[in-house]
Write a protein that binds this ligand. Structure first.
Ligand code: HMG
Ligand code: MG
Length: 322
């Protein structure tokens, strides 16, 4: 059961602007990204990953990274971050005035090569230097380890490999580690076993879980994380997202679904579900399709029925398809 001795406060780390939009077929215009930053903060999100300072050849959807990161509205008490793969990315983040960055590594060689064109050791070498420089500049540094629970190219992952990388990143100076179920294959037993494996030598208050919901197991995995004492979870508005270099990776855990479950269980997130739903609806209109979030779909269905009822009460005809 959930450990009652650990805080009831849960931090939701919003990755929709980055992990969500990086996987969209179409480029979302910069002005809408700016609007989304405002809407997310109004909804109560206090940690946002705004974009990625990666190559626009590799991720064209986030080619406007410099504008988004430098011009997005800043509010006190909100932490804005961006993904950084190398020194050039760090310089971009610093020039944009960010006080936080996220570096990323894969637990598997095949995903590492496909995603950043480097072996795991090559990536670790570059990132160690980036982390040291970033800490010297006073930045908060998050380190992602991807493919912790399964790899699209190599299949099963030996937990010794992500465990080793968690230590390597902590030794290099990261403040927080986010464990990625990049292609949404994890199950709660795997999450529990990995937490049991690392908890003796890694402080779990520095661990976040980054769960994709490809196979519908993300919320069950959140519960396993909560039971272990994890209190930071990554999610994306509407359940958008995926890594373009991890075939089969679909949506991140939807922020609405996460917040609905956490608040229902008595955890405090500080997030207003109605505003969050409005934000995801805005995104759904932008990308012209229904988003996977269950809570969003249920809420929109409820609203449609209410509108129909109101129309009928006013003597208006029923709209088709209702
Ligand atoms: P490369 O081709 O090996 O490196 O790419 P390069 O040094 O030869 O650079 C190639 C081009 O990129 C050059 O430009 C560089 O100047 C430019 P060109 O000469 O072709 O015009 N470049 C950059 N441009 C902007 N910002 C930079 C930068 N660095 C080089 N920082 C590289 C290596 C890392 C750049 C490339 O592989 C890349 O950008 N990869 C990004 C892949 C990516 O963003 N994947 C998705 C994010 S990871 C993820 O989703 C998982 C996560 O969500 C957790 C989980 O789910 O598990 C985090
Ligand atoms: Mg991801």
């Amino acid at each position: 059961m959930v450990d009652e001795s650990v805080s009831d406060r849960v931090t939701v780390y919003e990755v929709g602007l980055r992990d969500g939009l990086q996987n969209e077929a179409a480029f979302v215009p910069t002005k809408h990204k700016m609007k989304l930053v405002e809407m997310l903060v109004d909804a109560g999100l206090r940690r946002l990953e705004l974009t990625s300072f990666v190559s626009p050849r590799w991720i064209p959807q986030l080619a406007d990274h410099a504008t988004v990161a430098s011009e997005a509205e800043r509010r006190p008490g909100v932490r804005y971050s961006a993904l950084v793969p190398n020194h050039r990315g760090l310089q971009g983040a610093l020039s944009a005035g960010l006080e936080e960055i996220a570096v990323f590594l894969s637990a598997t060689e095949a995903h590492s090569k496909k995603n950043i064109n480097k072996t795991v050791e090559e990536a670790l070498k570059v990132l160690t230097e980036v982390i040291v420089t970033a800490k010297g500049e006073g930045l908060f540094v998050r380190g992602y380890v991807s493919t912790v629970f399964g790899c699209p190219y190599e299949g099963t992952v030996d937990p010794a490999q992500p465990h080793r990388l968690v230590h390597a990143l902590l030794d290099a100076g990261v403040d927080e580690i986010s464990l990625g179920d990049t292609i949404g294959v994890a199950n709660p037993r795997q999450v529990r076993d990995f937490m049991n494996r690392i908890k003796g030598d890694v402080p779990l208050d520095r661990i976040a879980l980054h769960l994709h919901d490809t196979r519908g197991t993300a919320l069950a995995n959140v519960l396993a994380g909560l039971d272990a004492g994890v209190r930071t979870f990554d999610s994306a508005f509407g359940g958008l997202g995926g890594c373009p270099y991890a075939p089969g990776a679909s949506g991140n855990l939807a922020t609405e679904d996460l917040v609905y479950m956490l608040e229902g269980m008595g955890f405090e997130t500080g997030i207003d579900l109605d505003r969050l739903v409005a934000t995801s609806q805005y995104v759904s209109d932008l990308v012209s399709r229904t988003l996977p979030s269950k809570v969003l779909q249920s809420e929109l269905g409820r609203r449609r029925k209410e509108e129909e009822r109101a129309k009928r009460a006013n003597g208006q005809p029923r709209s088709s398809g209702a």
